[in-house]
Design a protein around this ligand. Structure first.
Ligand SMILES: [Zn+2]
Length: 192
């Protein structure tokens, strides 16, 4: 299993654990208190669950995210934004149904479906970050197919030693040839 797959599994477990935790917390808090207090404990349990979920979600994904200053700020903003959207829409539901409990439960659900896509948008790497990351991956040494000169790191596909001009795909093919023993290439599937 790759690390990313393990992380996805962990994220899935966090998502599953949240409603279980919240329900258990409501039961514990409501136990022995009057029904009048029910809506209060329901909101408290949802608030605690939401905050713990935010912490757990960040903990699961932090290693995958480039924490630039603007991304940090946008993450704080998305916490506020999702909580704002959740509470507003929850209040709306409470007004429509005339049931406080329904409003509180929906506030949690609306918050949840706002927070996760927000993090996906904010934490996704930009094209520039991707280019920087790919630069750090060493795929092998590119040698001139004609004279064997090491062309790694050059900004053009022309050999400075023998002057032969290549296209990028010619150099890529040469690279695949040299690294072919290390990593098996996928063989094209024939149409029978
Ligand atoms: Zn050359």
């Amino acid at each position: 299993m790759t690390r990313l797959l393990a992380r996805l599994l962990l994220a899935f477990a966090v998502v599953l654990a949240a409603p279980v935790f919240c329900t258990a917390l409501v039961i514990v808090l409501v136990e022995g208190s009057s029904y009048r207090m029910f809506t209060l404990w329901l909101s408290v349990a949802q608030g605690i669950t939401a905050l713990l979920f935010i912490v757990a979600w960040i903990a699961v994904w932090r290693g995958q995210v480039v924490w630039s200053r603007w991304r940090r700020s946008l993450t704080y903003a998305s916490v506020l934004w999702s909580l704002g959207v959740g509470s507003t829409l929850g209040l709306g539901m409470a007004a429509i149904t005339n049931e406080e409990e329904v409003g509180i439960v929906f506030a949690g659900l609306f918050w949840f479906v706002t927070w996760i896509p927000s993090t996906a948008l904010v934490w996704r790497e930009t094209a520039r970050e991707r280019a920087a990351r790919l630069k750090t991956i060493v795929v092998g040494t590119v040698n001139c197919p004609n004279c064997g000169y090491n062309m790694t790191g050059l900004h053009e596909a022309r050999c400075p030693e023998c002057g032969t001009q290549y296209t990028l795909n010619e150099l890529f093919a040469a690279l695949q040839e040299t690294t072919g023993d290390l990593e098996p290439q996928a063989t094209p599937v024939s149409d029978q």
